[in-house]
Structures are given as C-alpha cells and as structure tokens.
Design a protein around this ligand. Structure first.
Ligand SMILES: [Zn+2]
Ligand SMILES: [Zn+2]
Length: 344
C-alpha cells in the first residue's frame, strides 16, 4: 500500500480537511457583524447604520462560506464525482475528480480529434493533483503543475500555427472553390495587365458599374447580424462580421497606392489601414475574454428568469388603458374650460 500521507508542508496538495482551519473560518464568520460595525463607525461614521453594517457582514460571511470546499474535497472537485475506494486490506481513500473539459476539432472524418482535459487526484497513485490530457483514441498525457503550464504554451503554439496555415490557405482558397468568385489570376494575364489587378482581386472591372479598386473575396461570420432594431429576415441577409482587403492603385503615380481592410460590423463599415486593423484585432481578442465572463455571469443570473402571467399582463394593460382614457378626458375637460373662459 503506497498511500501517501501528506506532511504538514504539503498543504497545497490536500483537500481542506483540517478541522482547525474550518473552525478558524467559522469563528471569523461569527465575529464579522461586530467587527464590521466597529470598523464602519471608526472609518465611515457618516455612512454607518446598524442595518448597512449587518448587510455588509452578511455579504462577507456568504463569500467566506462559499470559499470553503465541502469537507475532505478540493474546490475543483465535481460534486458527486469523487470515488471512495477501499482496498482488500481495509485501507480506504478518496479519488478526486474534476470537471471534464472537451475540445472537439471540426472534421469530415468519422472520428475527429477530440481532446479532454481533466484535473484529478488519486492519493493511491499520485503525489499531487494531476491534469489528464487525453485523446479519445487512448493517448494520454499526465501533467503536473509545470507540465500543465508547458502544455498551455504548446496549445498556444498550435493556435498560432493554425492561424498561420489558415492565412496561407485562404490566400489561395478561391482557386479551389467552383462556386467562388472569379479571381484576376483565373481571368488571366491580359485582364491583370489591363486593370493593374493583383492575382487575388475579385472586382468586376470594366462592367458598367465596375469599380476601379481591387478587392479580395470577403470572409464572413456564419453568424448573421443581431441588430435588435431590425427584423430577423433583414438580419439574416447580413453577416455579423465581415472583412475584405481593398486596394486602390488607380493612377498610382499621381494618387499613390492605398491598402485598406474593410471591416463590416452589421451594416456599418470601418475602412482601416493594416496597422489599425491589427489594433482592432488585438482589441477584439481581449474583448472575447471579457465577453466570456459577462456571458458566464448572465447565464447564472438568467437562471432566475421566468415568463409573466398573460392573464395578469392583460389586466395590467387594461388598467393602463383606462388610466390613459381618464387622463385624456380630464385634459379635454380642462381645455374646454379654458376655451369657454376665452370665448366669454
Ligand atoms: Zn473530491
Ligand atoms: Zn482588380
């Protein structure tokens, strides 16, 4: 039996099962109302009321209580998932199991690459909690704290590589799309020379309404526009986001050569220099992280949402209508009275 008994220096790797620690926290929570009242009177005498102090103490106590994992478990344990083991010799231990995080890569193959990351701790086999990074074909990496940081770094490298490959692909992808727009390259050298066209240009030069600037085919989000003030059918025709490169080089000797990224957000378009487009891209990446936090919180808050009672709503509307009718009658009576005085 190689059950590892944590020593006192290994507190970070063991569940919070020290009665001492829990007891201390309970005593802190107990002392909070008096402590907050005293502190408020000392530093915020103007704002102090016993009710406000009690409210603050209650909030702080709730936060502290929330930070206590269930006895004998880690804060990351998935409730109900941990497994109690008993060996033949009667020794028993708990295997701790965290949430499964799935990453499934899109594929036309029957079995796409599917990665699962999960934190776990089996005191019978591990010295400390370990991340299991596995692939459903059976490959698995066991990662300690340092290896987990390395793995996150590798995943970042993979993301950068995929972005680079995506760029290389999309620069040539229109050649392989039968339904895609005709590029200048496909139209041939004569066309390219006549319009000073770069190979990737899909503009219909020379056509009666043709443009004298050159454009790539737009990339678009599959997601359609989400404008709350526009009917669904109208939103469905417009991508949420779209981007294309536009090059102006007409009479370049005189007017210069100008590259812009046209970024459409709904029905609005930004005409950005490459440097400005890079700035926008960086800002969007940062915003995605913040949006995720907002969505997480909204999902939590939305759990208390409910539909109203249509019967109560009808009564409320009728009461409102009656109120308006009464006010209108009052105003009309007043206006009549004023008119009568004026006529007299
Ligand atoms: Zn557990
Ligand atoms: Zn062109």
């Amino acid at each position: 039996m190689q059950h590892i008994v944590p020593t006192s220096t290994e507190t970070s790797t063991r569940p919070d099962q020290r009665d001492g620690a829990r007891l201390d926290l309970a005593r802190v929570i107990e002392a909070l109302p008096d402590a907050v009242a005293t502190a408020m009177q000392a530093v915020l005498p103007d704002q102090y009321t016993p009710e406000l102090a009690a409210q603050i103490a209650e909030d702080a106590a709730a936060q502290l209580a929330h930070k206590q994992p269930s006895p004998g478990h880690f804060p990351w344990c998935r409730p109900g998932a941990c497994i109690a083991h008993t060996a033949d010799d009667g020794d028993s231990w708990t295997e701790h199991i965290g949430a499964e995080h799935h990453v499934v890569f899109p594929s036309s193959a029957e079995r796409p690459l599917h990665l699962v990351a999960q934190l776990g701790y089996d005191p019978n086999c591990d010295d400390a909690p370990t991340v299991h990074l596995s692939e459903d074909s059976g490959n698995v990496s066991f990662l300690d704290t340092a290896s987990t940081a390395l793995a996150a770094d590798r995943a970042g490298q993979l993301a950068a590589t995929l972005r680079e490959l995506h760029g290389q692909m999309s620069r040539t992808s229109s050649v392989f799309r039968d339904d895609g727009p005709l590029t200048a390259q496909l139209r041939g050298a004569e066309w390219m020379a006549r319009w000073s066209c770069p190979p990737w240009c899909i503009s219909e030069h020379g056509d009666r309404f043709g443009m004298d600037w050159h454009s790539t085919a737009p990339v678009e989000t599959t997601l359609r526009d989400i404008d709350a003030s526009t009917p669904e059918s109208e939103n469905a025709r417009i991508p949420f986001l779209a981007a294309r490169i536009v090059l102006s080089n007409d009479k370049a000797q005189a007017y210069g050569r100008e590259t812009r990224v046209w970024l459409d957000y709904g029905t609005t378009t930004g005409e950005l220099t490459a440097a400005k487009a890079r700035e926008v891209l960086t800002a969007m990446r940062g915003f995605v992280i913040e949006l995720e936090a907002v969505v997480d919180q909204a999902e939590e808050i939305a759990m208390d949402d409910f539909d109203g009672d249509s019967e109560i709503a009808r009564l409320d509307r009728e009461a409102g209508d009656r109120d308006i009718a009464r006010r209108t009658a009052e105003l009309e009576a007043k206006a009549d009275a004023i008119l009568a005085v004026a006529r007299a």
